[in-house]
Design a protein around this ligand. Sequence first.
Ligand SMILES: NC(=O)c1ccc[n+]([C@@H]2O[C@H](COP(=O)([O-])OP(=O)(O)OC[C@H]3O[C@@H](n4cnc5c(N)ncnc54)[C@H](OP(=O)(O)O)[C@@H]3O)[C@@H](O)[C@H]2O)c1
Length: 342
Amino acid sequence: MSGHPPASMTAIAIRAPGSPEVLEPRPHPVPGIGAGDVLIRVVAAGVNRPDLMQRQGRYPPPPGAPDTPGLEVAGTIVAVGPSACDWRVGDAVCALVAGGGYAEYCAAPAVQCLPVPRGLTMIEAAALPETFFTVWTNVFERGRLQAGETMLVHGGSSGIGTTAISLGRAFGATVYATAGTPEKCAACERLGAAAAINYRTDDFVAVVRERTAGTGVNLVLDMVGGDYVGRNLEALAVEGRLVQIAFLRGARAEINLAPVMQKRLTITGSTLRPRTPEEKGAIARALLQHVWPRIERGDVRPVIHATVPLERASEAHAMLEAGEHVGKIVLVVENVATHPRR
Ligand SMILES: NC(=O)c1ccc[n+]([C@@H]2O[C@H](COP(=O)([O-])OP(=O)(O)OC[C@H]3O[C@@H](n4cnc5c(N)ncnc54)[C@H](OP(=O)(O)O)[C@@H]3O)[C@@H](O)[C@H]2O)c1
C-alpha cells in the first residue's frame, strides 16, 4: 500500500431506516483495503434507486459490504493493494462498489475500476458504473441484443433507461421507450429513442405493434413488473427476450404462458450487487473493450440531471424520490479540486 490517506473522513450515515432526512454526514474511519483493492479519493458519487431502498431498510448491504450507501464513484487512486497491479497511485478511475460510495474515500476491488474515459468529467464518470454495468450485462449479455433488432425500454428517462436508450442506439438497435410525462418522453426521443410512449395515456403494446408492423420487439428491458409482465410478453416478437431488472409495481404477476410457447420467448433477469468481484470484473473488461471507445468517440454520454454536495445527500434522495429527473443525480465532494475533462 502506498500514498498517505488520512485516518478519518466524512461519510454519509443512515441514522435509522426512514425518509431522506435520516441521511447525515458523520466522521468515519477511512476504509482499509485488501490485497486486490484500491483506495479512491472520491470526487463524485452517483445516486441510484437501490440507495433509496437501502435507506428505507429494504435493501441491506450484502455481507462484508460497508453500511455507508453508494454504489459508484469517480476519483483518484491514493493507495493500491499488493495484488491490484493494473493501477497506480494518481490514476483517475470510476468504480462499481458494493457500498461506501457516499464518502470522501472509498475502497474498490481493482477489477471493478475503469479509467475515466477521455472527454468526460469526474462527475460524468461517476454516473457510469451502476447503469452501464447493469445495462451491459442485462441487455447485451443476457438479452443478446444485436444490431438491427428492436428493444423496448421501460422507465426510459431513469438512470438505467437513459443508458439503455443510448447504448441500444449506439449498437445499432431501434429503441422504443416508455415514460410518465410528455417532457420525459421528449427527453427519451432526444437521446435517440425512435418513439417514446407515455404509459399514462397510451397502451405500449398497441404502439409497439403498430411501430413494428405487427411483429413486436426483440427485447424488453423492464423495471416495472406486476401487470407489465403479461403485457411485455404480448409486446415481444418471435424468439423475443424479456429481461427483468426490478419490479416497481410488484414481484408477483399472473401470466398467460401461451405466448412464451407460441413465440419461443425467453424470460430472464439479474441483479448486479450480489455478483462476485470476478463476475463484475468480467463486465468491466467487456465495457472497456466495447463501450469505452464509443464514449471516448462521443457516441454515448451519461445524462446528468443534477449535482448535489455530498453533505446534502438527503436532498439528492428527495430529488430522486420526487421522480422528476431525467438521467442521473450525482453527489460531489466539494473540497476536492475542480475536475476538468481529461
Ligand atoms: N437489476 C439490477 O442489477 C439493477 C441495477 C440498478 C438498478 N436497478 C433497478 O432499476 C430501476 C431504475 O433504477 P434508476 O437508478 O435508474 O432509478 P430512477 O432513475 O429513479 O428511475 C425509476 C424509473 O421508474 C419509473 N417508474 C417508477 N414507478 C413506476 C411505475 N409504477 N410504472 C412505470 N414506471 C415507473 C420512473 O419513470 P416515470 O416517472 O416515467 O414513471 C423512473 O424513470 C430501479 O428499480 C432499480 O432498483 C436494477
